[in-house]
Design a protein around this ligand. Structure first.
Ligand SMILES: Cc1cc2nc3c(=O)[nH]c(=O)nc-3n(C[C@H](O)[C@H](O)[C@H](O)COP(=O)(O)OP(=O)(O)OC[C@H]3O[C@@H](n4cnc5c(N)ncnc54)[C@H](O)[C@@H]3O)c2cc1C
Length: 449
């Protein structure tokens, strides 16, 4: 029996689902967002414990000058999130902290690596970009397979491996070379399959810190601003309701069945894991299903440390990678961006690493050992600890894997989220997928052109 009619049903109330709900409701569509948890936001939330405001993983938002998130904010948000205007990436070894080399010029001065190694890295990068115009497969090779002919040192490989993990979620043996060059801003990711990278590459003197920032108030401020911008008469949120089946007839989507209800609509947007799509829809094309099942996920562990007072070694506004260890970390001292995230005069730092096996306790202990090696005095400052285990992106960018397009093979079923667009990372990637899905929704006649 028909329960209620909507223009669109949105499965999942994470940032992807909320962004698309915002755009559609502003365009006068009646939408329903169905979220299986008792709270919206998915991986884009902040919660408080003992006066510390903890994001669901440390976040730095990319492409804030011209990117897809800022476009959506400009066009559709009535409540605007604020971002810190300063952000610098650093690399630490046991001797020093140095800016991450975002340009070839900075790489030449990056003396965390010996001169010979810097030369190897620069040569390898120039070769990769120059040769990619002649042979596209160069950028599709794994970073390791590409680099090995240059015979880099163990330390250089460790740095490259750590960057691969932080940019793609997988090791340098699984990460394609284009991802490393694109994610670090060396080539244009929007046009990774087109020629002409070299032209941009030789302008390497320009770096892109200015387009990155931390959302003041915590990551949830983006979710809250989006939700508060949604016209309430056009949107309904259902919490604690899980979509268990998509209802389709003759390959056209009609609605969804949840564990509590059935809903019908003109079109449906799915923002859960694409890997799980075959579980909730019958008769999905076998070839499409095989491709979805190839998607690989990475699991991350974040250790939040609350410090009684500010640690002098971590006084910068930005984030750092420590790479010279079995468990490398990315650390973000979020209270340096926004002091309100920690009690007065205290400091909050998030340390994230990728979990390579299922032994969480072992990873936490190894991560702590690495932190204590990198910043020995931190031991005396810690007054609070909190661990999170999360999946940072719904699919890792790996060699030989393509993500599904936001237009699914089921008519009027659209897909959004970090496993439907390979560009950029995290929330920016989610926003790209939303913009792309909207393009298809328009093309299919559900929105005015
Ligand atoms: C440790 C960590 C660090 C990160 N760092 C950054 C960063 O620096 N910069 C950045 O931009 N991003 C970062 N991210 C990534 C960013 O948080 C995510 O990309 C983004 O929040 C994903 O949003 P989403 O809506 O696509 O997915 P999700 O947040 O996963 O939302 C999907 C929602 O759908 C719901 N759902 C799924 N299936 C169903 C169903 N069948 N029925 C009903 N509901 C369903 C889920 O419960 C969930 O709420 C990081 C994430 C982590 C964990």
């Amino acid at each position: 029996m028909k329960n209620k009619n909507y223009d669109a049903i949105i499965i999942g109330g994470g940032i992807s689902g909320i962004l698309i709900a915002l755009v559609l409701s502003k365009k006068n569509k009646k939408v329903i967002v169905i979220e299986k948890n008792n709270i919206i936001g998915g991986n884009c939330r902040t919660y408080e414990i003992n006066g510390y405001c903890l994001d669901t993983g440390p976040h730095i938002i990319t492409s804030l000058i011209n990117g897809p998130l800022i476009e959506l904010i400009k066009k559709y948000f009535t409540v605007i999130p604020r971002f810190s205007s300063i952000n610098t990436y650093y690399v630490r070894d046991n001797e020093k902290l140095q800016e991450f080399p975002l340009t070839l010029l900075q790489l030449a001065c990056f003396d965390i690596l010996p001169k010979k190694e810097r030369l190897i890295m620069s040569t390898a990068m120039i070769d990769a970009v120059a040769n990619s115009s002649l042979n596209k497969n160069v950028l599709q090779k794994s970073v390791y397979n590409y680099m090995k002919k240059y015979n880099p040192s163990k330390k250089t490989l460790r740095l490259i491996n750590a960057i691969s993990y932080f940019l793609s979620g997988k090791s340098m043996k699984e990460t394609p070379t284009w991802r490393l060059l694109g994610g670090s801003g060396y080539i244009d990711e929007n046009n990774r399959n087109k020629k002409g990278h070299f032209k941009k590459f030789i302008k390497f003197a320009k770096h892109n810190y200015l387009s990155q920032g931390y959302p003041l108030g915590g990551i949830q401020s983006i979710t809250d601003c989006a939700v508060n911008s949604i016209p309430k008469n056009n949107a309904i949120f259902k919490l604690n309701e899980k979509v268990i089946k998509l209802i389709a007839e003759n390959n056209i989507i009609k609605g969804v069945q949840t564990d509590k209800n059935i809903y019908y609509s003109d079109f449906v947007i799915y923002s859960g894991f694409m890997k799980n799509l075959p579980d909730i829809i019958d008769n999905l094309d076998e070839k499409y299903k095989t491709e979805l099942l190839k998607l690989k996920q990475a699991k991350s562990l974040t250790l939040w440390l609350g410090l009684k007072k500010k640690l002098p070694e971590v006084s910068y506004i930005g984030s750092e990678i420590y790479f010279d260890a079995d468990v490398p970390f990315w650390a973000v001292p979020v209270s340096n961006f926004d002091p309100h995230l920690a009690p007065e005069n205290k400091q909050l730092i998030g340390f994230t690493t990728i979990i390579k096996n299922d032994n969480t306790t072992e990873t936490v202990n190894k991560l702590k050992d690495t932190i204590f090696t990198a910043m020995p005095s931190i031991k005396d400052y810690i007054e609070f600890e909190h661990t999170q285990i999360t999946i940072p992106e719904k699919a890792a960018v790996t060699v030989g894997v393509e993500f599904p397009s936001p237009k699914s093979p089921i008519k009027n079923l659209y897909l959004v989220g970090t496993d439907t667009d390979m560009r950029s990372m995290g929330i920016t990637r989610a926003a790209y997928s939303v913009a792309e899905a909207l393009r298809f929704i328009k093309e299919d006649g559900f929105l005015d052109k």
